[in-house]
Design a protein around this ligand. Structure first.
Ligand code: IPM
Ligand code: MN
Length: 377
């Protein structure tokens, strides 16, 4: 427990990133009212737009702050035309660079549909899934697989003839993320909505790929340490249809990096869209929390996007800090934030454009701040 407060390094990033982070900071401010805040925020610029201005993705002190912080909060990076000389997106250092550099091996993406939230299918808002049926957490491996920077192009005679991405699955990488998933299933109060069973589903393509066979073998070995948790398997292609048809079956899902990237965007539709999807990038010594939606350049500067993904990222961050430091203040604030979010959403959703409403980004932040004030700490 840190009396002086936890150091939180904040990187608003590009596009709509600064707009949602501003609301996140507003909400943290509301939580801290009436007492010394148990956290200290320091903001650093960086990303693609910063790169276009300065030729650098971020400053050395911003990078150092990520390393020394107790937790990291990231908006989003990526901006049209902001590309590094090697072809990577400018701002990569803040996302993929931190995942790799701080060894944030588990990307934890909760997928829960709150009462009051609508989802949009073929342009219409429909109640396709009942809120009680969507409540899972997808754990995506975050440091290897097709994301390993073992890639390149081979040009012959000036012609680019072949591009190679190498898929790396290691025993260490697979084992720790699978263990993370089982620990999460053990700690979660709720099992799968369908039957209350605590279940970990391994999503892979082990009928074809060696890396996936290795991942599944590792899953089976680790699973023996958790006899009280049901193991479940799905090939990724079949999983995409079951996820949509029968989300209530899923409790904790674990997948390799690239497949995890894809299935979490699909899962976001179940929870109301990317406007509600948050992720915690968690390692053994560091963690970074972010909305999953990206910088959405088209909406930048319009005060229009849904900031709830950032609110959920903050809830995840407070919970992680509270658990890690055994600090009841943080856990109480996380629970209070969750209650305020649930009550606000129940009374008409986020109301933002992605939900068919006219509530602005800052309006949504104001509404949630009010709800926080109404909740006892
Ligand atoms: C995500 C994003 C990132 C990823 C991009 C921005 C590099 O899509 O966090 O899911 O591919 O992991
Ligand atoms: Mn993604």
């Amino acid at each position: 427990m840190k009396e002086a407060g936890y150091a939180i390094a904040v990187y608003p990033g590009d596009g709509t990133g600064p707009e949602v982070i501003r609301e996140g900071e507003k909400v943290l401010g509301a939580l801290a009212e009436g007492g010394p805040a148990p956290w200290r925020l320091s903001e650093y610029p960086g990303g693609g737009q910063y790169y276009l201005k300065t030729g650098r993705e971020w400053e050395p002190e911003a990078a150092a702050a990520a390393r020394s912080a107790d937790a990291i909060l990231l908006g989003a990076v990526g901006w049209p035309g902001a590309t590094l000389p090697n072809g990577d997106i400018a701002g990569r250092a803040l996302v993929l660079g931190l995942r790799e550099g701080l060894d944030l091996y588990a990307n934890v993406r909760p997928c829960r549909l709150y009462p009051g939230v609508k989802h949009r299918i073929s342009g219409e808002y429909r109640a396709v899934w009942a809120p009680k049926n969507v409540d899972m957490t997808i754990v995506r491996e975050n440091t290897e697989d097709l994301y390993t920077p073992t890639r390149g192009r081979l040009s012959r005679g000036g012609e680019t003839e072949v591009a190679v991405d190498t898929r790396i699955i290691t025993r260490k990488g697979a084992e720790r993320v699978v263990r993370f998933a089982f620990e999460l299933a053990r700690a979660r109060a709720r099992g799968a909505p369908e039957d209350g069973v605590r279940r970990v589903t391994c999503v892979d393509k082990s009928n074809v790929m060696e890396g996936c066979r290795f991942f599944r073998e590792t899953f089976d070995r680790v699973a023996t340490e958790y006899p009280e948790i049901e193991r479940d398997y799905a090939y990724v292609d079949a999983f995409t249809q079951w996820l949509v048809r029968n989300p209530e079956r899923y409790n904790v899902v674990v997948a390799t990096n690239m497949m995890g990237d894809i299935i979490t965007d699909l899962a976001a539709i179940l929870q109301g869209g990317m406007g509600f999807a948050s992720g915690g990038n968690i390692g053994s010594d560091h963690a970074m929390f972010e909305p999953v939606h990206g910088s959405a350049p088209k909406y930048a500067g319009k005060n229009q996007v849904n900031p709830y993904a950032t609110f959920f990222a903050i809830e995840q961050m407070l919970r992680w800090l509270g658990d890690r430091h055994g600090d009841p203040r943080l856990l109480a604030q996380a629970a209070r934030l969750e209650r305020a979010i649930a009550s606000t959403l129940a009374a008409g959703g986020s109301g933002t454009y992605d939900q068919g409403g006219t509530v602005t980004t800052s309006g949504a932040g104001d509404r949630l701040s009010e709800a926080i004030r109404a909740e006892r700490a």
